[in-house]
Design a protein. Sequence first.
Length: 293
Amino acid sequence: MKSRSSKPPLILADIGLFYAAAVWGATFFIVKSVLNEIDPVVLVGYRFLIAGSILLICLLFKRQPVGAGLGRAAFLGLLLWFLYVPQTMGLEYTTASNSGFITGLFVAFVPIFLLAIFKRRPTVMELVASAVSLSGLWILTGGLVDINVGDILTVVTAMAYALHLLYVDRYMKIGVNPWITACQQFLVVGFLSILTALLFNLPFGAGSAKSGMTVLFLALFPTLSAFVIQMLAQKVVMPLRVSLVFALEPVFAAVFAWTLGGEAFIARRALGGLLIFAALLISGMSTPIRRGK
């Protein structure tokens, strides 16, 4: 009998993915509140280095082979770096709504890359779900207005997001250790960010104690816990469904902005969120099979 202990039950995996989308959504107004005190690239570097170092200490304590599969993790780390840094740079030139919508286009890139790279044809219902989700993103974020260089940079983010999700899926499905891989990719992102800061002579100051606590929060929750949970969940959840759950990130961002952030409720954004949630339900439906008479 094969052991199933290494794989989380499907319901727990879904809950974990919802947690990751929620905690990532919660960080928008938190990060925005400290960006006047700490450079965004340096912020990315600090949060990933802290998360990676915590995991590294735990793995060394348990005598785990921390160098195993470093090539795969370095590739994932590079994709993750191309997810975070272009998005941050793009926000200097484009609006938050454009950035949110274009980043959400990873939902469209997932089935494209799934077919082009992994030779896996999406089902009809998966394609319908992706289309409904994109419609929801358009309504939620206000769509795309006045394309500029920041928007082009953010397209890189969307592509990297989709590729990272798909390659995490590939590695987790073949049994790669999620804890070691997460640790390695965190350190790669951290070191690449710090190297970028050095090359462009960016300030390394963390500002006040408040910004320091924010960095620690970002390291522990949206980085360490959320990405490890994503990897564990992707052992059993199909990649297109993962992409649709993660499309809820801007929905959670809106909910947290309306509640903790004190922003006004906007019915249009709520409708967009409902469409994205509907896409999740559609993705769970099977494609009808026509039977001959």
